[in-house]
Design a protein around this ligand. Structure first.
Ligand SMILES: [Ca+2]
Length: 476
């Protein structure tokens, strides 16, 4: 009966509106998380990156030009995606939450997957969704007694294949190479072979199996697939590097280290790999090589996304599934002299966000609204017709999904240990512990290269108040 109702709903065009709300016909959710992906893709207007599958998704949905994450690091950013709440700036944020949940269950709100699970969904994660791929603690990240997100998933999976365990998979290179000493592991690699000679290949195969199983069930599903590349080290099958071997990339904007106090850092995560003694900040040929390998990893990740979307279509579940593609933060490829994330600059905080579902209004039209990762949880509840949790701190983006010109009246917040930032439609303000402020005007060509805080004390005060109203007393 549920299937028949579902069919009727589909025939009338995804409930004849922009969502399905009948209790038995809740739409499925497919959330694809891509690690360290810059919003530098075909659908984001660049012609030098090949991302046909993500571009195709964007053509069927809504692309957010100005989506910002809450933290420029995997674990803390994923915390906000998966809980709908501001958290700490630590990669350990979800494990800390798990400990708190154990000590005092009533003090912790349900996670996004737990909320969907409580409302009749089968919830599954495959790959890197929470900070640890597969969502377990322990020395090799495979201890069943240490879930990163208790009560959230019916299944949380990471087939580590030749990489032995999730910790090995996380930083794996071709054919099961596991990171032991980082300075001995190559930062760039492109071995000949099929997709599964690198870690994502094996996890995606499992995602496809799970998708088949979930699509055959009578229950709605909430499937989250975590794609690892383009996370370091930059290893992908050689066929993905080939199109970039002679590629010309545009000149890197503002490549110099900022002169004043900022959240600049020495790119430790990148520099600690084996770089054969080369430094992209002083070696233009090496910088181009790094960009080529990053681009290869993006195309490899895009191919994995393509497999999942093709399988969704093959099962027929695409007719009743909300798809969301999310990047956990951006990545500097030399801007401000940084090779990595972990800053509070635009390059670290802006990331891809695309939402698509059958019957979406104005498919393929992007929006310039400033939105946050935090908005995902309320948006998905709204679209799926689930009760709206009162504890989430974002807003539903449904108005923008109905009309790309709609105004959700937003600004975006982010933080790392030593500083906080707010991004409005026109400015970014960064406030350091101790009170030092950076203020940047995005309506000028200088953008985030010219700190104008001392010229605009009133705006700094106003934005500090906004930061405090959103984050509370932790803001100085
Ligand atoms: Ca990441």
């Amino acid at each position: 009966m549920a299937r028949l109702l579902c069919l009727l709903v589909l025939l009338t065009g995804f409930a004849g509106s922009d969502l399905v709300s009948a209790e038995k016909d809740k739409p499925n959710v497919l959330l694809i998380c891509v690690d360290d992906l810059r919003p530098e893709l075909g659908c984001y207007g660049v012609d030098y990156i090949q991302s046909p599958h993500i571009d195709d998704l964007a053509a069927r949905g809504r692309l957010f030009e100005r989506h910002f994450v809450q933290a420029p690091t995997c674990g803390a950013s994923r915390f906000t995606l998966l809980t709908g709440r501001y958290g700490s700036g630590s990669n350990n944020a979800l494990f800390s939450r798990a400990s708190q949940l154990k000590a005092d269950p009533k003090s912790i709100h349900p996670s996004m997957p737990a909320w969907f699970r409580q409302h009749g969904y089968t919830t599954v994660s495959v790959g890197k969704v929470s900070h640890h791929p597969g969502g377990r603690g322990g020395s090799d990240w495979n201890d069943d007694s240490k879930p990163e997100m208790p009560d959230s998933w019916d299944r949380h999976l990471l087939p580590a294949g030749k990489w032995q365990h999730p910790r090995g998979w996380m930083h794996g290179l071709a054919h099961g190479e596991i990171r032991k000493k980082t300075n001995m592991m190559d930062v760039l690699q492109a071995e000949e072979g099929p997709d599964n000679i690198y870690p994502d290949g094996v996890a995606i195969d499992e995602s496809l199996r799970q998708l088949e199983k979930l699509a055959a069930s009578d229950k709605p599903f909430f499937l989250t697939v975590g794609v690892l590349r383009p996370h370091l080290p930059f290893g992908a099958p050689a066929k993905y590097l080939k199109p970039y071997l002679d590629a010309e990339f545009p000149k890197t904007p503002h490549p110099n280290k900022p002169s004043g106090k900022t959240t600049w850092h020495g790119s430790g995560e990148f520099m600690k790999y084996n770089r054969w003694g080369r430094n992209p900040n002083s070696d233009a040929e090496f910088a181009t090589k790094v960009r080529r390998h990053y681009a290869a990893c993006v195309s490899y990740a895009d191919a994995q996304v393509g497999k999942v979307l093709a399988k969704l279509k093959e099962t027929g579940a695409d007719k009743n599934t909300i798809i969301i593609l999310w990047g956990d933060h951006g990545w500097h490829l030399g801007e401000h002299g940084v090779w990595g994330k972990h800053t509070l600059f635009e390059e670290s905080l802006r990331s891809p966000l695309i939402i698509a579902y059958p019957g979406i209004a104005s498919p393929g039209k992007s929006t310039d609204e400033v939105v946050e990762t935090l908005d995902t949880f309320p948006t998905l509840c709204d679209l799926a017709g689930l009760p709206q949790p009162k504890f989430t701190q974002g807003v539903s983006l449904r108005p923008v999904l109905k009309d790309p010109r709609a105004d959700v009246g937003h600004s975006a917040i982010a933080y790392k240990g030593s500083a906080f930032t707010i991004r409005t439609d026109t400015h970014r303000m960064i406030l350091h512990k101790g009170g030092y402020a950076e203020l940047y005007d995005h309506t000028t060509p200088e953008g985030e290269t010219k700190n104008i805080a001392t010229d605009h004390p009133d705006l700094v005060t106003q934005l500090t108040k906004q930061l405090r109203s959103r984050l509370g007393k932790r803001v100085p």
